[in-house]
Design a protein around this ligand. Structure first.
Ligand SMILES: NC(=O)c1ccc[n+]([C@@H]2O[C@H](COP(=O)([O-])OP(=O)(O)OC[C@H]3O[C@@H](n4cnc5c(N)ncnc54)[C@H](OP(=O)(O)O)[C@@H]3O)[C@@H](O)[C@H]2O)c1
Length: 324
């Protein structure tokens, strides 16, 4: 099989396109990969900054779409089925193995590229908005980094849940991605706290989704109404913030952590539940925003775009047949 192998944890340039022995498994679903999603954790892995540090060489990649090559008898899918799947690694390859409870049927009207854009960000978005935030119809939500991978997923899912969505972005290209995902309002640039207040007649938003961290987190708390919630989803800025607790007291604001990977270890059904809700939203028209595709061999270029903060929407790596 073909694979993009991380040989040195020196960033995207540590990846090399190689030939490996074909993957086989009796206990997992083996998928002939047509498309693999590029996620922020993949970038962290190449830099040696991810929470898990597998021994090298290793094949990154937490999400794929493709055709089942083999499946154990107790699987809900069978050889020949089109599927999308969340993995524990190894997605940047022409063959990948997925745990039985993390494989979902790919709707006939979704391409493999669209399928590979779902697992990491959309499962997280459903978990964050439905379970952690209990987002209600008509609530207002500010989504930071709303034109990126997780950002566009949050915008799309929040919008389908009936919330009013304000997305903050740093460029017109990302504004376009957030708009395509369904944002009601977009603010380009750094003045998003002022914009959020104005958008809610001075009250502050019900919920902020913060995947940026650093200085943005305190600003997010300030942009929230009394009894509002701030979701801590990630630290794309590279800085883990320290929040003065008096701000939470004065503002009566709740800060809510959202870590799907860690939660799924304790409660594995959470992925299945989110996947089922996602399948329903897809049948009602939900679609990921794919900002660019790259052949698997050129995966370094995609990760470099993420690193340089230049990716709009979701980036996907392709193998022959990806557009089917
Ligand atoms: N909690 C979970 O379960 C979970 C799941 C998936 C991902 N994540 C985390 O969520 C974060 C975002 O992932 P993603 O896939 O959406 O990445 P992405 O596509 O690169 O988007 C991140 C966005 O963050 C914004 N940003 C602001 N300051 C930045 C900076 N200094 N450097 C880079 N980006 C900056 C950028 O938007 P603007 O340029 O428009 O400001 C960028 O588009 C990552 O930290 C990732 O690890 C968490």
């Amino acid at each position: 099989m073909k694979a993009l192998e991380l040989q040195q944890a020196t960033g995207p340039e540590g990846l090399t396109f190689v030939e490996r022995p074909d993957l086989e498994s009796d206990v997992e679903v083996v998928i002939e990969v047509r498309a693999a999603g590029v996620s922020f954790p993949d970038l962290l892995l190449t830099e040696g900054l991810y929470q898990e540090r597998p021994s090298l060489p290793t094949v990154p990649g937490l999400e794929v779409a493709g055709v089942v090559r083999s499946a154990p008898p107790d699987a809900t899918v069978a050889a020949g089925d089109r599927v999308w799947a969340a993995l524990q690694g190894g997605g940047y390859a022409s063959l990948a193995a997925a745990p039985l409870d993390r494989v979902f049927p790919l709707a006939p009207d979704l391409s493999f590229v669209q399928g590979a854009a779902l697992p990491v960000n959309f499962l997280t978005a459903v978990f964050a908005l439905r379970r952690r935030a209990a987002l209600a119809v008509g609530e207002s939500i500010l989504i930071l980094g709303g034109g990126g991978g997780l950002g566009t997923a949050l915008v799309a899912v929040a919008s389908r849940m009936g919330a009013r969505v304000l997305a903050s972005v740093s460029s017109e290209a990302k504004a376009e991605a957030a708009r395509a995902a369904g944002a009601d309002e977009i603010v380009v640039g750094k003045e998003w706290r002022t914009a959020a207040k104005a958008w809610t007649d001075g009250k502050g938003v019900d919920v902020v989704a913060d995947l940026v961290g650093g200085d943005a987190t305190l600003e997010a708390i300030r942009a929230t109404r009394p009894e509002g919630r701030v979701l801590i989803l990630g630290f794309a800025s590279g800085e883990i913030p320290t929040v003065p607790a008096n701000r939470l007291l004065f503002g009566n604001v709740s800060v809510i952590g959202v870590g799907l990977g860690a939660f799924a270890v304790r409660e594995p059904t959470v992925i299945q539940d989110a996947g089922e809700e996602l399948s329903m939203q897809i049948s009602e028209g939900l679609r990921p925003i794919v900002g660019g595709t790259f052949p698997l061999a050129e995966g370094r270029r995609a990760l470099a775009l993420l690193k340089e903060r230049r990716a709009s929407g979701k980036l996907v790596l392709t193998i022959e047949g990806a557009d089917e």
